[in-house]
Write a protein that binds this ligand. Structure first.
Ligand code: 5GP
Length: 193
């Protein structure tokens, strides 16, 4: 998606530790009009899939998933929680992921009442790097017996291989911008053609 690549080039900053910071429009301040156009792109890509639910993970996935849902017939969005809470009632699917940006393990929790074998799920997230976060969401879908119809990602760091490993496993991964290299010294960012 050229618009997203342009925004990353103009506003993204490359931090030490292989982190691309895009907090002016995606990870802290949110450009909701851009989110809407991203949702339209995923709706076009996955138009033949019988998607009845969108699954994401808190926090940055929620905004883009909710914008996308408007393009899929207002299907519900379920977001996995990263911590136990007294608001989480009933039986739960629980798995563990390693967070790239926080560099520690988190539980990933979805209440069983919100995901079942009847669901045809589109997974959406902001970033795909090693694929650990997505691995956790896929594990939860597997536990629920839900069908994963596809994966929509805003920014994939292609050189880290997580996206290609998922494609090799047969998942339809639609990343709107795939970074092939980024240089923390010059700030140069190259995208997959
Ligand atoms: P993975 O689990 O695929 O290694 O990393 C994906 C998760 O880590 C995303 O949900 C995102 O929150 C975070 N992440 C990974 N790389 C980056 C990055 O370069 N920039 C930002 N802002 N988040 C990242």
């Amino acid at each position: 998606m050229k618009e997203l690549e342009d925004r990353i080039r103009e506003e993204g900053t490359v931090k030490a530790g292989d982190v691309l910071k895009v907090d002016t429009f995606l990870n802290h301040q949110c450009d909701v009009a851009l989110f809407d156009r991203m949702g339209a792109e995923w709706a076009e890509h996955f138009r033949d899939r019988p998607i009845n639910k969108i699954l994401t993970i808190e926090a940055s996935g929620i905004g883009i998933a909710c914008s996308a849902a408007r393009h899929f017939g207002d299907v519900p969005v379920v977001f996995a929680k990263k911590a136990q809470s007294i608001n989480l009632e009933g039986e739960q699917y629980v798995t563990t992921i390693y967070s790239f940006t926080k560099q520690r393990e988190f539980p990933v929790i979805v209440a069983k009442k919100f995901l079942s074998a009847d669901d045809h799920v589109l997974i959406i997230d902001d970033f795909l790097a090693n694929g650990k976060a997505l691995g956790g969401l896929l594990d939860i879908c597997d536990k629920a017996g839900a069908t994963v119809e596809g994966i929509g990602i805003a920014v994939e760091k292609g050189y880290m291989g997580g996206g290609d490993r998922l494609r090799e496993r047969g998942y339809d991964v639609d990343s709107l911008a795939i970074v092939e290299s980024m240089d923390p010294d010059t700030g140069d960012i190259e995208f997959r053609a």
